[in-house]
Design a protein around this ligand. Structure first.
Ligand SMILES: Nc1nc2c(c(=O)[nH]1)N[C@H]1C(S)=C(S)[C@@H](COP(=O)(O)OP(=O)(O)OC[C@H]3O[C@@H](n4cnc5c(=O)[nH]c(N)nc54)[C@H](O)[C@@H]3O)O[C@H]1N2
Ligand SMILES: Nc1nc2c(c(=O)[nH]1)N[C@H]1C(S)=C(S)[C@@H](COP(=O)(O)OP(=O)(O)OC[C@H]3O[C@@H](n4cnc5c(=O)[nH]c(N)nc54)[C@H](O)[C@@H]3O)O[C@H]1N2
Ligand SMILES: [Mo]
Length: 762
């Protein structure tokens, strides 16, 4: 079996580059949405589908977790990349039994994720038997029996791992964790382990709630918005409208990023005339081109200056926080040389940002993967919380902490119990509600799951959504780990790499997507989701399903539960499948903040989950009942001579491992993905030139073997204005370089944004 991800079905020789764009969206964005829609869906379906996207009677965009505006929605409340996400799901292309008969798995294993995804929607359950060469059709009943036989044959429930990606609805997620815990394990890794886990960890310690504290309306009221380690122009395009509105209301916007990302610099809003024919709105007032991993130092420096200037909210600090003295002592002794080395920023610019913090009465700090995927990510986010707390910027309009989530329901899945270490309160509520007993020992997160499979301690891998093999770090190790399993099961909408790198027996269970109608015994069902700002609302697909063989995720979980747990199990699985209101009645009784769930999700804009720091400036969730300042040793990522620090990021034409196309328009890349962005100064220093082809080699010290090298082959060097000493390449092509053991302290998130590499000429 090929273990290194294949590359040959994309002709990288056509690749062209033209440097970064200075503005985002505008008419090219509209044109691309329509083009992709029509290619995949045809004209009529494109019109119907896009008309329902993010409307109250329609479905939630399966793209990102950015919220919809409250009260007023425009006719087109979506962005170019949301439209691509929908086109990808609502495509008319199909993968049926003929496809699997024609293509042996060994052949499919040699295709890129791009090729696999482009084949279309999965249409019926298929199985790959031990030693088999092709996936072949299997009935749903036989598929569930097969999974049950494997699960019930394990020596312990902890030998099974149950992954979730963040598109799963609240209803399906709630039932899935109930099934897994009833079966007897907390092995519930999810994509969040690789995503915002560091944010959740830092925020629950500092504010008592592992979620953001701002609502969408706060943006228009802010006078300073700092966007750190995030590329909204590509990954949360509707956020640009909120930034534009804030800007018009007088807010200052600051971008902190190693790359000059187009969306942060200037935005041409396709929904107004200025955006269509004019120059658009300049968004960022300041751009701090920081070194990778330098943000902890930056925020300590800001803390140091705020202290020095006595720009503190004394009353708030006194009344609502603890440990301020220890923090102040630590940050007063700051080593400014270390700040220089870590950030690479001129001190004047650091001071300027500190001054903006000092002068602002309403500040929001937003961040995403640029902060969460480093060894010291949790410390970095704690440092942001420190600065926000010093200024009392939480629990008041126009201010707060804003981790911007990725997958459209990743936050909701957590609320519903998808976590390897749910708190005791939740677990005992489950037991009381259903008359069952559930385990207390923490389960495996994503990295621990890979280790367990690699070492033979886990033998069954089950995934609701996602593409575990491609999204996880250390591609070769992860592939080997998957191949060691007795059974791998993927509940999916489209073909991906996790179907072709598999266990001895493998199942693909095709499911309905967000856009499709879900008809059950009691009639058409809707599901619910939670966005990045804790708003819970309904989502209802209207399109005819891609095949009449598809089951909803809820049906799959309910039927599997009956097969695994037997007909006598106290949870009424059969009733839940017939009528999702019955699931919501239980969510209402088990999940904190979800009282009257069925009634409140039916309101036009849904409802907002409670958040004590945001709602009442209360911090009852922390250990001391107060917001917590923390003193964190400063980390400076040192890079040996001749090496670069590499981040792995998203192009404008992908959704995680789903590749929509081969262009990264805002960064000026056309027709290819195997590129590595390096600054002109570094190229000169390393003796490399734009256009040269190199291997990326990561170096990781591993005892007792010494330094272990990992290699990703054939990347085109692109001269690009990134911060000095830093490089960038696309995820998932570069995942092979991320060592499994290289994880963030506390959160365990793979360090996908700071990998030491050298570039080796071919
Ligand atoms: N169209 C589209 N939308 C998406 C996704 C997608 O793939 N496609 N993915 C979804 C998911 S799951 C997520 S989590 C989000 C991801 O949203 P983002 O976090 O915006 O995604 P990345 O492409 O990983 O970009 C990271 C950004 O942080 C910067 N950065 C990297 N390292 C550092 C650092 O050390 N410091 C600072 N200050 N900046 C840094 C990078 O230059 C880049 O601009 O988007 C979601 N939305
Ligand atoms: N190097 C590196 N690695 C990273 C990251 C990075 O920045 N750099 N980012 C990390 C992040 S932030 C995340 S969130 C993870 C993402 O990890 P995952 O969530 O595991 O990956 P996705 O690519 O989003 O999953 C795509 C697959 O989901 C399936 N799918 C799509 N819609 C549905 C649906 O409605 N139901 C079901 N059942 N299946 C569906 C399709 O089959 C599709 O192929 O990757 C992480 N990995
Ligand atoms: Mo994510």
């Amino acid at each position: 079996m090929t273990r290194n991800p294949p590359q040959h079905d994309v002709d990288e020789s056509r690749l062209e580059t033209s440097g970064p764009k200075r503005w985002a969206a505008g008419l090219p964005g509209v044109a691309v949405s329509v083009k992709r829609g029509v290619e995949q869906m045809g004209v009529a379906r494109t019109v119907t589908t896009l008309r329902l996207l993010n409307q109250r009677e329609g479905f939630d965009c399966p793209g990102c977790a950015w919220p919809e505006p409250q009260g007023h929605r425009k006719l087109a409340e979506f962005c170019e990349n949301g439209a691509k996400a929908v086109a990808e799901e609502a495509t008319r292309r199909r993968v049926g039994r003929d496809f699997f008969a024609a293509h042996p798995v060994a052949e499919l294993a040699d295709k890129t994720d791009f090729w696999l995804g482009q084949q279309g929607r999965l249409t019926e359950p298929v199985v790959l038997r031990p030693g088999g060469t092709h996936y072949e059709p299997i009935s749903w009943e036989d598929a569930f029996a097969l999974v049950a036989e494997h699960l019930n044959g394990l020596a312990s429930p902890d030998e099974a791992v149950f992954y979730t990606s963040g598109r799963t609805s609240n209803e399906a997620a709630f039932l899935y964790q109930l099934l897994v815990r009833s079966f007897g394990t907390n092995n519930l890794p999810d994509c969040s382990n690789m995503c915002h886990e560091s944010s959740g960890a830092a925020l629950s310690e500092t504010t008592g709630v592992g979620k953001g504290s701002v609502g969408i309306d706060d943006f228009a009221r802010a006078d300073l918005i700092v966007v750190v380690g995030q590329n909204p122009g590509t990954n949360h395009p509707r956020m640009l409208s909120a930034l534009e509105e804030a800007k018009r209301g007088g807010a200052k916007i600051v971008a902190v990023n190693p790359l000059p990302e187009a969306g942060l610099l200037r935005f041409k809003n396709p929904q107004n005339a200025r955006g269509v024919v004019g120059a658009g709105t300049q968004l960022a007032d300041e751009f701090l081109q920081i070194r990778l991993g330098g943000d902890q130092a930056l925020f300590q420096a800001i803390g140091n200056l705020l202290l020095r200037w006595n720009a503190l909210d004394h009353e708030f600090i006194e009344r609502s926080t603890d440990n301020f003295a220890a923090y102040a002592e630590h940050v007063r002794a700051l080593d400014w040389d270390a700040v220089d080395r870590a950030t690479g920023l001129p001190r004047a610019q650091v001071e300027l940002l500190a001054r903006m913090f000092a002068e602002s009465q309403r500040t929001i700090v937003c961040w995403a993967m640029g902060l969460t995927q480093h060894r010291h990510s949790v410390a970095t986010i704690r440092e942001i919380a420190n600065v926000v707390l010093m200024r009392g910027m939480i629990g008041k309009p126009g201010a707060g902490l804003c981790p911007v989530r990725g997958h459209s329901n990743v936050q909701g899945d957590r609320t519903m119990g998808i976590w390897e270490k749910m708190p005791e309160k939740f677990l005992s509520a489950l037991e009381t509600e259903f008359g069952i007993s559930v385990p207390r020992e923490h389960g495996y997160d994503t990295v621990a799951s890979i280790r367990a499979m690699r070492d033979g301690r886990a033998r069954v891998f089950f995934a609701v959504g996602g593409n575990f093999v491609a999204a996880s770090p250390d591609t070769e190790v992860t592939s080997r780990a998957m191949s060691r399993c007795d059974l791998t099961v993927q509940v999916s909408t489209k073909l991906n790499r996790s179907h072709v790198v598999h266990g001895r027996t493998a199942l693909i269970l095709p499911t309905l997507g967000r856009t499709e109608s879900d008809l059950q015994h009691s009639g058409e069902q809707f599901v619910t989701v939670e966005d990045s700002m804790s708003v819970v609302h309904r989502s209802q697909g209207r399109l005819e399903p891609a095949s009449d063989q598809l089951l909803s995720e809820v049906s799959i979980v309910c039927r599997l539960a009956r097969a695994v747990l037997g007909p006598e199990h106290p949870v009424p699985w059969e009733e839940f499948e017939k009528d999702y209101d019955l699931i919501r009645d239980r969510i209402a009784r088990v999940v904190p903040g979800c009282q009257d769930y069925n009634e409140r999700v039916r309101r036009p804009d849904g409802f907002v989950l409670p958040h004590a720091p945001r709602d009442a400036r209360e911090f009852s969730g922390t250990r001391t009942g107060k917001a917590h300042f923390s003193a964190n040793p400063l980390t400076v990522l040192e890079v040996p001579e001749g090496r670069l620090l590499l981040q792995t990021l998203r192009s404008h034409d992908q959704y995680n491992t789903t590749i929509y196309g081969l262009d990264d328009r805002y960064r000026g890349v056309k027709d290819g993905r195997r590129v590595v962005f390096v600054s002109p100064a570094d190229l000169a220093r390393l003796g490399l030139a734009d256009g040269e082809v190199v291997d990326l080699v990561s170096e990781w010290p591993e005892d007792p073997t010494g330094v272990v090298e990992r290699r990703a082959e054939r990347f085109r060097v692109v001269s690009y204005p990134t911060a000095a000493g830093c490089a960038a390449a696309y995820f998932p092509e570069a995942n092979a370089l991320v060592p499994l053991e290289s994880t963030a302290e506390v959160s365990g998130t793979p360090t996908s944004k700071s990998i030491v590499v050298r570039l080796e000429k071919r």
